[in-house]
Design a protein around this ligand. Structure first.
Ligand code: PFF
Length: 449
């Protein structure tokens, strides 16, 4: 490993940045809407399977590659498998990161708009129908959503151009704990709503007849998306880990806290959905239409709402900086670019694509590829196809190709109470379980044959 490279300064910093990457709109916006579309409890159950049984070992695989090489995704595969085709997975990761950053920034822009709007108490609008209409009018208005998308990406530029430790780590250390506290407060509030029991039933009671191949595909995509997995984000972040960081423990803590946030988000949203007579299967707009109804009916709603959307915006920021870091590290190290230039290029590309995604809810709403708007196409293709393919290749690579002494050495370094048995379990999952499960879900979910 190159000794001169930047590293995260503290243990807390490692957890806060990795959890900061994992926790974001994927938990609070995407999880409730996907669970809503795919029938609630059944979706949650399969999502948990993919997070803990498939996701955690693949997270370890990315960590092993990243920390061992201390390099960007392209450089990492070049170092480990010189002259072989495995490195092609880097390009899948680079494409996925640009696609995700582009559509994600649109939703992050919505959170910025709602932060500002909350200060004014949603202009006095309080009924769910009117709040619904207000969101629709905003999202389809072209100029405002595009402007917020661009502002959000500009904020990313400002943070990312300052570098890894100063920008990313410091911010995550403060924000993540705050987000947990406020989510807990809202959870208690939702549990007291009249629709609480219907909401909880929807979220926690799996109806097995609802499990279809597309539900399974959606849950697998959600698991990869929420863990920031399969596109090299964790390879890039772990390239900044110290030798003492315990990899398996870090991956378990990340998966555990990430899941906790998603479940809390579900407990906040679904009771409200049933209380206000809304439709769980609303899709990407769900959270933005339901949350304001919650706040409108709370004492001091404007303050809570401002705080919530502000934190959601900040949680998105800790995720987008991790996805942008993939391309930035790549440009810096592979093309010898200065950090500022590498950052400017990455952000500029997403500004163009992000604008098109923002317009997908407005004047480009009629432009469809494979029956989807650009926003939905980027969301669906990256999460359900590119990330699992990336994860499968990474897991085959670490399971079958990478020297076993490297795998053992990285997993055992830093302690974390992992034993030889733990190492064999991770390797088994990477060799067999993850690739076979991902392969089967593709065959059925995408109806390949
Ligand atoms: N895990 C993030 C979330 O759940 O919001 C999204 C994400 C971050 C995806 C970083 C991919 C990535 F590289």
């Amino acid at each position: 490993m190159k000794e001169t490279r930047t590293q995260f300064a503290t243990r807390l910093g490692v957890i806060a940045t990795t959890v900061g990457s994992a926790v974001g709109l994927g938990n609070i916006w995407r999880f409730p809407y996907e669970a809503g579309v795919h029938g609630g409890g059944a979706f949650l159950l399969i999502d948990l399977f993919f997070i803990f049984i498939i996701g955690v070992p693949v997270v370890c695989a990315e960590f092993i590659i990243g920390r061992h090489t201390g390099s960007n995704i392209r450089g990492a595969f070049r170092a480990l498998a010189p002259g072989r085709q495995w490195g092609l997975v880097s390009y899948i990761g680079l494409c996925a990161s640009v696609m995700i950053l582009s559509f994600y920034s649109v939703v992050a822009g919505w959170t910025m708009h709602y932060t500002v709007k909350s200060i004014g108490g949603f202009s006095g609008v309080t009924t769910p129908e009117a709040l619904h209409a207000q969101f629709d009018a905003f999202a389809s208005s072209d100029i405002a959503p595009t402007a917020w998308t661009l502002i959000f990406l500009a904020v990313n530029y400002l943070i990312l151009s300052r570098g890894v430790q100063k920008g990313i780590e410091r911010m995550s250390n403060i924000l993540m704990p705050m987000l947990f506290v406020i989510l807990l407060l809202f959870t208690v509030n939702s549990l007291m709503m009249p629709g609480a029991s219907d909401g909880l039933k929807f979220l926690f009671t799996p109806n097995f007849s609802e499990i279809t191949p597309s539900v399974v595909l959606g849950a697998m995509g959600q698991a990869f998306f929420t863990l920031s997995l399969g596109l090299g984000c964790l390879i890039t972040y772990s390239s900044y880990f110290k030798r003492e960081t315990p990899l398996l423990r870090t991956s378990l803590i990340t998966a555990g806290l990430d899941t906790l946030v998603a479940i809390l988000a579900g407990i906040i949203i679904f009771p409200a959905v049933f209380t206000f007579g809304q439709e769980p299967a609303t899709g990407p707009k769900l959270v933005f239409e339901v949350l304001p109804s919650i706040f409108a009916n709370m004492g001091g709603g404007a303050i809570w709402s401002t705080l919530f959307f502000l934190l959601l915006f900040l949680a998105s920021l800790t995720s987008t900086i991790s996805m942008a870091e993939i391309t930035i590290a790549y440009f810096e190290e592979e093309f010898g670019m200065k950090r500022k230039k590498a950052t400017a290029i990455s952000i500029a590309v997403s500004m163009v694509l992000g604008t098109l995604c923002a317009l997908s809810f407005g004047s480009l709403g009629g432009v469809k590829l494979f029956g989807m708007t650009l926003f939905n196409l980027f969301d669906y293709t990256s999460s359900n196809i590119l990330l699992p393919i990336g994860g499968m290749i990474i897991s085959l690579f670490v399971g079958w190709v990478l020297d076993r002494s490297i795998v053992r050495g990285e997993l055992l370094a830093g302690g974390g109470r992992i034993t030889g048995w733990g190492v064999s379990t991770v390797v088994f999952c990477l060799r067999w379980l993850a690739p076979v499960c991902i392969g089967l879900v593709f065959v059925y979910g995408l109806n390949i044959f």
